[in-house]
Design a protein around this ligand. Structure first.
Ligand SMILES: *Cc1c(COP(=O)(O)O)cnc(C)c1O
Length: 370
C-alpha cells in the first residue's frame, strides 16, 4: 500500500459532475473577472465566517500585505507575529517595510498569548495571529491585549477555514481575517485564490480599491494599488466547494481522531487541542526528536509526510537582514527540527489510516536499538 501526504482527487471525483458543470457554465458565460460568482462567494463566505464583508483577492499573501497597507502600517512600525509560521505571514509585514517582532509559540503551536505584552513597544501597531495547522490561537486573551494597547488585530486564517474558538469562527475576531484558497487548504480552489473578511465598511471599500489598481471607478485611480482579484472560475468552483466545507472538515476530524486514539509510541508526541478550540485539522502534526529518521522510515514504506516548516522565517536567507541569530527563538527552532505532518486528506480509508498508524507504532529510532 502507498499513502500520499495529500490527495485532492478523492473529493473532486465524488463531485466531478457538479464541478465540471460549473466550470463549463463560467467558461461559456463570457464573464471572467469580478462578476456574479465573486459577488456570490463574497456574500456567502462573509456569512459563513460571521463578518459583514468579504473581499475576494488573488491569494493570501496579497490579503496579508494589503491588510497592513490599508491599515497604514509601514516603515518604522512593528507588527507582532508568531515565529513558527509559514513565511508568507512575515512577508505580508515586510513587503510594507514594517518590522516583524517574533513571539514564541505555546504547546498548541499558537502564538503564546502570555508572551505578547513583553514585546509591545511604542512602535507596535498590530498583532498578526496565525491559526496554524487549523487550530485557533487563544483569542480571548489576544483580543483583550489588542484592545488594551489599541493595536490592530489581523488573523492569518490560511489554514483555519471554519475553525472556532469558544464557538466563534476564526477570521471574525480581529479587524481583518486573511484567507488562502490554495488547492491544498481546507477550502481549496483549483488554482490560486484568497480573500479578506472584515466588519468594517471602510476597510471593505479600501480592499476593493486596492485590488483594482487603486480605483473605485475604472480609470480614476486614488492610490497606488495592485491587481489582485479572485477570478470568476475560481469563485464559481469555490461556491460549489463552500457547500461541502463542513463535511470536508468533519472528515479530516474523523481521520485525526483515529490517529489520536491509535498512535501509541512513546517517542512520538501527538498534537494537543485547546479545550476552547474546535480545530479543522489543516495538518496533523506530531513531534519527535528523531523526525528526519521517522520521515525516511515512512517514505521507505510508501507513506508520505511533510515538514511544516523546516526553516523558521527568522533563520531563512530572506530574513538574514533582521540579524536574528540561531538560538534567539529556541522553542520555534526546536519545533522546526521536530515537527512532521502525517498523511491527511478527505476520504482517507480506514485501511490507509491503519497502515500509517501501524508504521508509526512500529518505529524505533536508531538511538534506542541495541
Ligand atoms: C498558505 C499560507 C499562506 C499563503 O497563502 P497563498 O494563498 O499561497 O498566498 C499564508 N499563511 C499561511 C499560514 C499559509 O498556510
Amino acid at each position: 500500500m502507498k499513502v500520499p501526504a495529500n490527495n485532492l482527487l478523492r473529493h473532486y471525483q465524488e463531485h466531478q459532475q457538479e464541478y465540471e458543470t460549473k466550470a463549463l457554465e463560467i467558461l461559456r458565460s463570457g464573464s471572467y473577472i469580478l462578476g456574479n460568482e465573486v459577488e456570490t462567494f463574497e456574500r456567502d463566505f462573509a456569512n459563513y465566517i460571521g463578518t459583514n464583508y468579504c473581499v475576494g483577492l488573488g491569494n493570501c499573501l496579497d490579503a496579508l500585505w494589503l491588510s497592513f497597507r490599508v491599515l497604514g502600517i509601514g516603515a518604522g512600525d512593528e507588527v507582532i507575529v508568531q515565529a513558527n509560521t509559514y513565511i508568507a505571514s512575515v512577508m505580508g509585514i515586510t513587503i510594507n517595510d514594517a518590522t516583524p517582532v517574533f513571539v514564541e509559540p505555546d504547546q498548541y503551536h499558537s502564538i503564546d498569548a502570555d508572551k505578547i505584552e513583553a514585546k509591545i513597544t511604542a512602535k507596535t501597531k498590530a498583532i498578526l495571529v496565525v491559526h496554524l495547522y487549523g487550530q485557533s490561537c487563544e483569542m480571548d486573551k489576544i483580543v483583550a491585549i489588542a484592545k488594551k494597547h489599541q493595536l490592530y488585530l489581523v488573523e492569518d486564517c490560511a489554514q483555519s477555514h471554519g475553525a472556532t474558538y469558544q464557538g466563534q469562527v476564526t477570521g471574525s475576531f480581529g479587524d481583518i481575517g486573511c484567507f488562502s484558497f490554495y488547492p491544498s487548504k481546507n477550502l481549496g480552489a483549483f488554482g490560486d485564490g484568497g480573500a479578506v473578511t472584515t466588519n468594517s465598511a471602510e476597510l471593505d471599500k479600501a480592499f476593493r480599491m486596492y485590488r483594482f489598481y487603486g480605483s473605485e471607478k475604472r480609470y480614476y485611480n486614488q492610490v497606488v494599488g495592485t491587481n489582485s482579484r479572485l477570478d470568476e472560475l475560481q469563485a464559481g468552483l469555490l461556491n460549489v466547494k463552500l457547500n461541502y466545507l463542513d463535511q470536508l472538515n468533519a472528515d479530516r476530524n474523523r481521520v485525526c481522531q483515529q490517529y489520536l486514539k491509535k498512535i501509541d509510541n512513546p517517542v512520538i508526541q501527538l498534537p494537543k487541542v485547546r479545550a476552547e478550540s474546535t480545530p479543522v485539522w489543516h495538518q496533523f502534526v506530531i513531534t519527535t526528536p528523531d523526525r528526519d529518521e521517522l520521515k525516511d522510515y515512512l517514505e521507505a514504506q510508501g507513506i508520505g509526510s511533510i515538514i511544516h516548516y523546516p526553516i523558521p522565517p527568522h533563520l531563512s536567507e530572506a530574513y538574514a537582514y533582521l540579524n536574528l541569530k540561531k538560538g534567539s527563538l529556541a522553542i520555534t527552532e526546536k519545533l522546526a527540527d521536530e515537527v512532521l505532518s502525517l498523511p491527511l486528506f478527505y476520504g482517507m480509508t480506514e485501511a490507509e489510516i491503519d497502515f500509517v498508524v501501524a508504521a508509526i507504532n512500529a518505529f524505533v529510532p536508531k538511538v534506542m536499538e541495541r
